[in-house]
Design a protein around this ligand. Structure first.
Ligand code: ASP
Length: 313
């Protein structure tokens, strides 16, 4: 069945994003990047393409932009490297793919799709994921591609202070989670979700956050909704955030908006988990919900005008 309804939402991270700390130029750069990414995803949906393709294309665009903590612009680990996590899921058959601690892959979201489609597994990590990438014909991009001056400075401060930091400006103690994600509903009634991140600055010991974990950072199920999260991953894992939104809708018949509000503004707040999520339901409703000062976000749909926003108002 083909309908005229489609929706797509994206995020580029949540956190302490304040007007006072932003120049007009920077704000424009973020808004342009978000607009480009969501338009690329929307074009696919408009042309009757799949939610899965729309999610992959939108995330690839954000990964290629150094403003966000994913792909180019990913934060530095303790060892001054980049270890990235990503996941993708389709709502029609619950197929999912994820990679964790992957190095030198330009677009981790594309590799996670390959895991979903060309392996019998859901998640591959580190060296094993690299071997799989090689087998799939992925190119290995040199470290220099991922280097950005701002992330390097953040890393230096984090190392000096011996802190494991979310993607943030340590000196002013501003927290900013620059992970990227996308959720979409296509005109065939299929939902999909994806998330991609560099994780935390100065992370050690192969730390992995919620982004590549199906049910925590990413979830899609045609019965209800598709969800992608951004925030302090440890809390999102403990709260099984993305799946909890689905469960509240499925088992308590809550609306998308209400389910997201309860998870993000009540349950996460209670355990100290800062961040937010984007979600779309099977009817095309969109929720952009966060408990932090702001979240880089955009949404558009057959029945919704384009929205591009950063702050909490
Ligand atoms: N959730 C990500 C993580 O903990 C961070 C982020 O959202 O920026 O790895």
């Amino acid at each position: 069945m083909v309908t005229q309804t489609y929706s797509i939402a994206i995020h580029g991270g949540a956190g302490t994003i304040l007007r006072s700390a932003m120049t007009l130029e920077k704000e424009m750069a973020y808004k342009t990047a978000l607009t480009e990414a969501i338009k690329a995803g929307e074009l696919i949906l408009k042309q009757n393409g799949s939610a899965l393709d729309a999610v992959e294309v939108a995330i690839t665009s954000l990964e290629n932009n150094p403003l966000f903590n994913a792909g180019k612009g990913a934060v530095f680990t303790h060892d001054e490297t980049h270890e990235m996590d990503a996941s993708i899921m389709r709502g029609d058959n619950l197929m999912a793919g994820a990679v964790a601690g992957i190095k030198n892959i330009k677009n981790p979201i594309q590799l996670s799709r390959k895991v979903m489609e060309n392996s019998e597994h859901v998640m591959l990590c580190a060296d094993g994921a690299a071997a799989f990438a090689k087998k799939m014909g992925f190119e290995f991009t040199p470290d220099s591609y991922f280097f950005t001056e701002q992330r390097h400075q953040q890393w230096q401060s984090a190392v000096l202070e011996d802190k494991i930091a979310l993607d943030h400006n340590i000196k002013t103690d501003e927290k900013k989670f620059g992970t990227v994600g996308a959720v979409a509903l296509d005109m065939h009634g299929n939902l999909a979700a994806g998330t991609s991140t560099g994780g935390m600055t100065n992370k050690k010991f192969g730390r992995v956050g919620d982004s590549p974990i199906i049910g925590a950072g990413t979830y899609a199920n045609n019965l209800q909704c598709a969800v992608s999260c951004t925030g302090h991953g440890e809390f999102f894992i403990k709260a099984v955030v993305a799946y909890d939104v689905f469960c509240l809708m499925e088992y308590k018949q809550l609306s998308l908006e209400e389910a997201c509000r309860i998870v993000v503004k009540e349950k996460l707040v209670k355990i100290g988990g800062e961040g937010g999520l984007i979600a779309v339901d099977k009817a095309g409703n969109i929720s952009l919900c966060f408990n932090s000062d702001g979240m880089y976000r955009a949404s558009v749909g057959a029945q919704q005008d384009l929205l591009v926003a950063i702050y909490g108002d």
